[in-house]
Ligand binder design. Structure first.
Ligand SMILES: NC(=O)c1ccc[n+]([C@@H]2O[C@H](COP(=O)([O-])OP(=O)(O)OC[C@H]3O[C@@H](n4cnc5c(N)ncnc54)[C@H](OP(=O)(O)O)[C@@H]3O)[C@@H](O)[C@H]2O)c1
Length: 439
């Protein structure tokens, strides 16, 4: 049987899963593509971690990443180190030495992807990255291939399982953000330094990739408005529930005539919508397109085997392409042919119009409420509901929760600028946008 000879860079969580899956499902994979996917070499910082693992007896394991990228005995390189350095250099070397590349590295694709796509194209090599977005959920292929007949109108979803786990646990167990984060770290759902996840960076990397594929544009990570979930309290979650909402970290991309709206933000979504029911570590993506309507993709967005499943699916594609003699040519990584890629302007947050949840810490003195509502009214912001929470004394701050009708972000920001400077308003108001019209 023909072989696809594989070299793997890194031997951490995902790489272990890839090695295990290739070993266990070899027969099924061969039946499907007629090719043996053969792991030949691994290069990683700590080779001892591969010792004793089933299926690796005949695999060379060392620390020499650069020589792996140039090994004439390999057809493709799987990059599972992560980050930029040395991953970027190694992927470039591998492509320039005629290897196809598969990676799960969302940061690399979202921030430095264009140079790599160009290098792959120049060398007529395949460059695949299904595992970079939403783990096992086959969303890259769905948008790029299964929905290729459509104009995409919007892509939104829950792209970070750590944040979704934290928000779910906070609601179900009525725990604080800090308590839930600590618990997520104990269970291995959050890193020791969780900032990439909880500050929304990880979800934004994935959104940049999905938007690039959906609209045939270079990934624009810098064009994304990013907010994380650190400021969300258990009280926000409880009050949102009382008013018929759940709080989710949503990644949202919409096509407007004027450009692309790209944002990652904690968002109120109505309880009962499908997106509100996506719980725990699960991911979900909703794609709205002109002829297919809205389609939904749901599953495990991270973890050893779910992510390995996507990496190996890419390897199977490479094997099929190699068999057919069409490697590097069949599907363009960003959906449109490279000469049709067009940068699109950012349709900034300031153009947004939606309903808002505002939480202000105020000193409970006579006239405060009237002062605040007058400022909002002056800026054209109409209030749907208002709740004062807590029974503090005049010296202690209480929470004032305001739900607005639809209004302009520009007007909201102007009025917040005034509210923040009132003597009776303590600290920065918390703003959570409400996304209506969701499935
Ligand atoms: N984990 C997931 O669920 C998941 C899901 C989707 C995508 N991804 C992406 O998949 C990639 C891998 O993630 P992971 O979770 O498997 O990471 P990981 O567990 O931290 O593994 C990284 C591996 O790379 C090795 N490494 C680090 N720096 C190196 C260097 N300079 N030279 C050689 N080897 C080096 C590490 O060596 P040591 O063993 O010495 O640390 C480790 O074996 C990342 O791009 C990540 O964003 C991960």
């Amino acid at each position: 049987m023909k072989e696809l000879r594989i070299g793997m860079l890194g031997f951490g969580t995902v790489a272990r899963g890839v090695a295990g899956l290739l070993h266990r499902n070899q027969t099924q994979i061969e039946e499907r593509c007629g090719v043996t996917l053969k792991l030949i070499r691994i290069a990683t910082r700590t080779p001892d971690k591969a010792k004793g693992m089933a299926g690796l007896d005949a695999v060379r394991v060392d620390t020499d990443c650069e020589s792996l990228t140039q090994d004439a005995n390999l057809d493709c390189v799987v990059e599972l180190i992560g980050g930029f350095d040395p991953a970027e250099k190694l992927v470039t070397m591998a492509l320039n030495h005629g290897k196809h590349v598969v990676t799960a590295n969302k940061a690399l694709i979202a921030e430095r992807g264009m140079a790599l796509f160009n290098t792959a194209q120049k060398n007529h090599r395949d460059f695949a990255f299904e595992a970079a977005v939403a783990g096992a959920v086959p969303i890259v292929k769905a948008i790029r291939e299964s929905l290729a007949a459509n104009r995409i109108e919007s892509v939104h979803g829950i792209l970070n399982g750590t944040c979704n786990y934290i928000l779910t646990e906070m609601r179900e167990r009525k725990l604080s953000f800090a308590e839930t984060l600590a618990q997520a770290q104990e269970k291995g759902y959050a890193e020791a330094d969780p900032s990439f996840d909880i500050d929304g960076i990880d979800a934004a990397h994935k959104l940049a990739i999905l938007a690039a594929i959906a609209w045939g544009t270079p990934p624009d990570f810098r064009g994304i408005h990013i907010e994380g979930i650190r400021q969300i309290t258990d009280s926000d979650i409880t009050w949102a529930s009382e008013m018929g909402y759940r709080i989710k970290l949503l990644a949202i991309a919409k096509r407007h005539d004027a450009g692309l709206e790209l944002r990652v933000q904690p968002t109120l979504v109505a309880t009962g919508t499908m997106v509100s029911q996506v719980e725990g570590v699960f991911n979900a993506v909703f794609v709205k397109s002109d002829h297919a309507g809205t389609t939904m993709y749901h599953g495990r967005g991270a973890g050893e085997y779910p992510t390995a499943s996507a990496v190996v699916a890419d390897l199977i594609d490479l094997a099929r392409n190699q068999q057919a003699g069409i490697a590097g040519t069949r599907v363009s990584p960003l959906s449109v042919l490279p000469h049709n890629l067009r940068p699109l302007p950012v349709h900034g947050l300031i153009h947004l119009q939606c309903e808002y949840y505002l939480r202000l810490a105020i000193l409970d003195r006579p006239g405060v409420l009237a002062e605040i509502t007058a400022i909002l009214a002056k800026h054209g912001i109409s209030i749907d509901a208002i709740h004062q929470k807590g029974g503090a004394t005049a010296q202690e701050a209480v929470s004032l929760v305001i739900m607005t009708h639809q209004c302009k972000e520009k007007d909201l920001q102007t009025s917040l600028g005034v509210l923040e400077h009132l003597e009776s308003v303590q600290g920065k108001p918390v703003v959570i946008r409400i996304e209506t019209g969701l499935s």
